[in-house]
Design a protein around this ligand. Structure first.
Ligand code: HEM
Length: 151
């Protein structure tokens, strides 16, 4: 069998590689960047918030559901006692914000992946953003305005 003598493996000064035209030429009016890094920061945020949520959520579950008699100890007085401390207010606030932003961004990814029609995708995300903002604002309001003497 005759081997081909035309080899593409050894481009060099004597055998220059063919020049391929770029599909679009850059001009003076081409924007320097057409996209930001939002999705990369979103990807990083999911990992970092996930690490913090392990501590915050598992600590929360342990205290609320396991230690000191488990769930049966939870009452108005128990909540009032915990939110009297700025430490537990901050714990719950950070857990609320991270869980909502983490869960919200995760659902945004799922909607982008699975909702095929533009309209469906748009309205599902509007519903998601509305629910996320509403829950974060309401939860934050409750943590800061909780009144133990309401009764
Ligand atoms: C407890 C610790 C948690 C860890 C370590 C964690 C970690 C992660 C990571 C690394 C991702 C990204 C996965 C990917 O990009 O493929 C993710 C996605 C997600 N997380 Fe979490 N997460 C935690 C808690 C939560 C909580 C509390 C919620 C709900 C409020 C939640 C809801 C979601 C959702 C909806 C997604 C998107 C899933 C997907 O893209 O398929 N996660 N999580």
């Amino acid at each position: 069998m005759q081997m081909s003598t035309e080899t593409t493996a050894s481009y060099g000064p004597d055998n220059p590689a063919p020049v391929i035209e770029p599909p679009r030429a850059r001009t003076g009016r081409t924007p320097s960047a057409t996209r930001g890094n939002f999705e990369m920061y979103g990807w990083l945020f999911m990992r970092l918030s996930g690490i913090l949520l392990v501590v915050l959520v598992l600590g929360h579950l342990l205290i609320q559901l396991v230690l000191d008699g488990g769930v049966s100890k939870i009452s108005f007085a128990f909540v009032a006692g915990r939110w009297a401390s700025p430490f537990w207010q901050a714990w719950d606030l950070i857990m609320l914000w991270l869980a909502m932003l983490h869960g919200g961004n995760g659902l945004r990814t799922i909607i982008n992946d699975y909702a095929e029609r533009d309209n469906t995708r748009f309205w599902l995300k509007m519903l998601l953003y509305t629910a996320t903002v509403f829950t974060v604002l309401l939860g934050t309001l409750v943590i800061f305005t909780f009144d133990p003497n309401i009764r």
